[in-house]
Design a protein around this ligand. Structure first.
Ligand code: MN
Length: 502
C-alpha cells in the first residue's frame, strides 16, 4: 500500500439518532446522510473516500460500529454527525473503545431556516444545534481528543477543515505503521536529536531501529553498472548540468552518487522503511555523504533526518503524507543563517546537502562541490532556490517523558539577491510575526534546529496531527508574543504533567 497517496484509506461517516421519531424520520436521516457524503465524495474534493455507515440508534449499534472502525485497517477516522438528538449515554461504550481519530461535524442539512414553512416536524428533524451539544458533552466528559467542525457541509471553509483533518488522520495512520531506519547513530554530543524511542513508539506508533552503515554499503556495492548508467542518464535529463559534473572526477563522483541512491532505495524498499537517517560521522565504505540520493528519496515521499535525527525523519514523513497530492512541497530544513535588518529580518534555511527539490521555485541544477565535514569525497547535490509563499516550520522535541511539537508560520520569499557562491539548495523566509519574536519564542519552547518545512502543509494539519497523537503543540503565528508563548509553556508544563499521571 502506497500510503503517501491517501487514496487507499477511508473515513467512516456515522450518523447518530434514536428511535423516538419513528421510522419515517430515520429513513430521512439516512437519506440526508447519504446525500452529504455523496457531495463530499464528488469531484475528488476530499483526499480519501468517505464511507456512509448505517444510522446508529442504540448503544449496541454504536458500540459495534465504533469497534469495527477501530479494527478496520483502512479506516483512518470517524466523522460523527448528529442530524437529530442521540442521547449520549448510548455513546460512552463505543467512544471509549474507539482507537481512531474522531471529527464531530456540527452541520445541518439545510444552511438556512425556511422561515415561511418551518414547523415542528422540521424542528424535530434538524436538531444539530442541540443534538451536537449532547454528543459534544460526552466527548468532553470522556476527555477525548477530537476535532469539532461547525458550519454548512457545502461551505468551502468547512470542506477545508475536514480535508485538513483527513490528511492528518492519514499521516497518523501511516505513523502508526512507520518503520524508521537509523543508519549510524546520531551526531556525537548533540542533544536535540536524542530522545526516547520507546515513548515515541507508544505515542506516534513508529518504530526506530539502528543499522550499521555497512548494511547499506552492501546494497550500494551490489549495484550494477547498467543500473548506474541508467540513473545517470536520468540525472542528466532531469536537471541543469552545473559545476563539477563534467570531466573525469565529475563522472566518477556522479557514478558513486548514483550507486548510493540505487543502493539506498533497495535497502529502504526491502526493509519497508518510509523514513531514515544518516550521519556524516559514520560513512565507512561510502565514497561520499548521500546528497542527491536523500534529496530524491524525499521527493518520492520518504522522510529523512540528518545526523541521526529520527524524530525529524518521522516528522518529515508525516508531513509528506499530510501534503500528498498537493502541488507544493515538503522537506527537511534547518535554520542556517540570519539576515538581520531593521526593515525585515530573514532566515536563510538550508542543510549540508539534503533539501528536497519539491520545494524548489525554479531551475534545479546538479552539481559537485567539496564538503568540509565528513572527510569523504566531494558529494553530488541538487542546488536550487525555494519557492516563495506561505510555509510552516515544524519541530518535534523530547522534553523528557513526553514530546512537544513547535510550529512557526513563515513567509518564504525569493532570495533578495543571487547566491552564486552557495553550493546548496536554500530557502529564504520571513518568520511570522517577525524574526525577533519567532526565534525567541522558538528557543524558549526548545524547538530544534532541524525542522519539517512545508508549503503544502499548514498549521491546521499539524494541529490536528498533534491532537491525534495527544501531544503538546506550541504554535508561533501572527498572534504570538514572546510572553504569551512563555506563559503557554508554563501552563502546559503543569497540564501535561498532571495529564500523564504516574
Ligand atoms: Mn543538521
Amino acid at each position: 500500500m502506497d500510503r503517501t497517496t491517501l487514496k487507499d484509506y477511508s473515513v467512516w461517516f456515522v450518523t447518530g439518532s434514536q428511535h423516538l421519531y419513528g421510522p419515517e424520520a430515520l429513513k430521512q436521516v439516512a437519506e440526508d446522510s447519504k446525500r452529504i457524503v455523496e457531495s463530499l465524495n464528488s469531484d475528488g474534493k476530499m483526499p480519501t473516500r468517505i464511507i456512509t455507515r448505517q444510522t446508529v440508534t442504540t448503544k449496541d449499534e454504536i458500540t459495534r460500529t465504533l469497534r469495527e472502525a477501530s479494527a478496520e485497517e483502512t479506516c483512518i477516522g470517524v466523522i460523527a454527525w448528529m442530524h437529530t438528538f442521540s442521547p449520549a449515554k448510548m455513546w460512552i461504550s463505543g467512544l471509549s473503545q474507539l482507537t481512531k481519530p474522531l471529527l464531530q461535524l456540527h452541520t445541518q442539512l439545510r444552511s438556512g431556516i425556511p422561515w415561511d414553512s418551518i414547523d415542528m416536524d422540521y424542528m424535530n428533524l434538524h436538531q444539530t444545534a442541540h443534538g451536537g451539544r449532547e454528543f459534544g458533552f460526552i466527548g468532553s466528559r470522556l476527555r477525548m481528543e477530537r476535532k469539532v467542525v461547525v458550519g454548512h457541509w457545502g461551505d468551502s471553509d468547512v470542506l477545508a477543515r475536514i480535508d485538513a483533518w483527513m490528511r492528518a488522520a492519514g499521516a497518523f495512520a501511516d505513523s502508526r505503521a512507520l518503520k524508521v531506519a537509523r543508519i549510524g547513530d546520531n551526531m556525537r554530543q548533540v542533544a536535540v536529536t536524542e530522545g526516547d524511542k520507546v515513548e515515541a513508539e507508544r505515542v506516534f506508533g513508529y518504530s526506530v531501529n539502528g543499522y550499521g552503515v555497512g548494511d547499506l554499503v552492501a546494497y550500494v556495492n551490489a549495484v550494477s553498472d547498467h543500473e548506474t548508467e541508467r540513473l545517470i542518464d536520468e540525472y542528466r535529463s532531469s536537471y541543469r548540468i552545473g559545476d563539477g559534473i563534467e570531466g573525469g572526477e565529475g563522472a566518477r563522483r556522479l557514478r558513486a552518487a548514483a550507486k548510493i541512491e540505487i543502493g539506498l532505495r533497495a535497502f529502504l524498499a526491502e526493509g519497508g522503511f518510509k523514513a531514515f537517517t544518516t550521519t556524516f560521522e559514520d560513512l565507512h565504505g561510502l565514497e561520499q555523504l548521500p546528497g542527491i540520493a536523500v534529496q530524491r528519496l524525499m521527493a518520492a515521499g520518504i522522510g529523512f533526518g540528518p545526523e541521526g535525527d529520527w524524530k525529524t525523519a518521522a516528522l518529515v514523513r508525516a508531513m509528506k503524507v499530510m501534503g500528498a497530492g498537493l502541488p507544493a512541497g515538503t522537506t527537511l530544513m534547518e535554520d542556517y543563517t540570519y539576515h538581520f535588518d531593521a526593515e525585515r529580518s530573514l532566515v536563510l534555511g538550508a542543510h549540508m546537502l539534503e533539501i528536497c527539490p519539491s520545494v524548489s521555485g525554479g531551475e534545479i541544477s546538479i552539481e559537485v562541490h567539496p564538503l568540509g565535514i565528513g572527510g569523504k569525497d566531494d558529494p553530488v547535490r541538487l542546488v536550487f532556490d525555494g519557492a516563495p509563499g506561505p510555509a510552516v516550520n515544524v519541530s518535534v522535541i523530547d522534553v523528557g517523558a513526553r514530546f512537544r511539537m513547535v510550529l512557526n508560520e513563515v513567509e518564504a520569499i525569493d532570495p533578495p539577491k543571487n547566491l552564486p557562491c552557495l553550493p546548496v539548495a536554500r530557502v529564504v523566509w520571513d518568520p511570522i510575526p517577525d524574526l525577533a519574536t519567532a526565534a525567541a519564542a522558538w528557543i524558549y519552547a526548545g524547538g530544534a534546529h532541524h525542522t519539517g518545512y512545508s508549503q503544502a502543509v499548514n498549521a491546521e494539519h499539524v494541529t490536528d496531527f498533534a491532537s491525534m497523537a495527544g501531544i503538546e503543540l506550541i504554535r508561533i503565528d501572527a498572534s504570538s508574543t514572546v510572553e504569551s508563548v512563555k506563559n503557554e509553556l508554563r501552563w502546559n508544563e503543569l497540564y501535561y504533567h498532571v495529564k500523564s499521571g504516574i
